[in-house]
Structure formats: structure tokens, C-alpha cells
Design a protein around this ligand. Structure first.
Ligand code: CMP
Length: 146
């Protein structure tokens, strides 16, 4: 079992897509272990996206990520990191496979609807950035076949 971190970004929250995105994660037998909604500050964005602060796209990313509420999720399940990345699709929606969240709902690289951790190390760092250990629950993944 793994736990990964995912975010539903401000454009998706504004579009009323929180439920539809979480439905896809739960439908893939992932358990919501942590859940918050927050309005990120500039320093939140600089801390969370520390590896991107010097990149040319960072100012646009920061403006977008501070433009409205973001949903923060800790998702647990078998191969959770790979499963969430596959459900999300490629970072650039233009390259996302049909049926993925970004192919379905996203239009641009910056406003790409969702984020997910890309490794065990980033999942641990990103979960710890937003959640205290006691804010995460432990329960089995949903099983609709029961
Ligand atoms: P995310 O997976 O949240 O990680 C970094 C974010 O920066 C990315 O999704 C995009 O929203 C945004 N971004 C904008 N331009 C780029 C780019 N050229 N390369 C990577 N990420 C970008």
C-alpha cells in the first residue's frame, strides 16, 4: 500500500469539478486518507513548488495557484502514485491520453486541473507539507463489488 498526494487546482474548484475528480480516484479503489481545502498564499506556492521557483513559468504558476481555493488530498491504495498519475494524464493536457482527467477537463499546461506526486520521495514531502500525521486516517480502499 502507498499513499500519494494530489491537488484539485483552482480552475477545477471554480468549475465545480471537485466531486467528479474525487469520483475518479475512488473509482480506482483509492481511499481518501486526508482532505482539505485551502487558499494558497505566495509563500505556500514557493514552498510547495520549491523546485520550480527559478523556472520561467513560475510567476504564471504562482498567480494561478493563488487565484482561488485548491483541494488537497492524501490518497491511499495499491500503487497509488502510479494509479493517480495514470488517471491524471500528462502534465500538458495536449499530450494527455483520452479518458484521463486532464484530457477531459484541462485546456492549458498551467491550468492543468490536478497535480499528483511523481515518486515515493515527493509523495512523502508533499503530504508532510500539507498534513500533520494525525490528520490522515487509515481505512481500506472502497470496494464496490462487495
Ligand atoms: P504540476 O504537476 O502541478 O507541477 C508543476 C506545475 O507547473 C505543472 O503541474 C503545471 O501546472 C505548471 N507548468 C506550467 N508550465 C510548465 C512547464 N513548462 N513544465 C512543467 N510544468 C509547468
Amino acid at each position: 500500500m502507498e499513499t500519494t498526494f494530489a491537488m484539485i487546482k483552482p480552475n477545477a474548484v471554480k468549475a465545480g469539478l471537485i466531486g467528479r475528480v474525487i469520483e475518479r480516484y475512488e473509482g480506482a479503489r483509492l481511499a481518501v486518507r486526508g482532505l482539505k481545502i485551502t487558499e494558497m498564499s505566495q509563500s505556500d506556492v514557493e514552498g510547495f513548488y520549491a523546485e520550480h521557483v527559478e523556472k520561467p513559468f513560475f510567476p504564471e504558476l504562482a498567480e494561478f495557484m493563488t487565484s482561488g481555493p485548491t483541494v488537497l488530498l492524501a490518497l491511499g491504495g495499491e500503487d497509488a502514485i502510479a494509479v493517480v498519475r495514470a488517471l491524471n494524464g500528462a502534465t500538458n493536457p495536449a499530450n494527455a491520453e483520452p479518458g484521463t482527467i486532464r484530457h477531459t477537463f484541462a485546456a492549458t499546461m498551467t491550468e492543468n486541473v490536478v497535480h499528483a506526486s511523481d515518486s515515493l520521495e515527493s509523495a512523502a514531502r508533499e503530504i508532510a507539507f500539507w498534513f500533520k500525521p494525525e490528520e490522515l486516517v487509515q481505512y481500506p480502499a472502497p470496494d464496490f463489488r462487495k
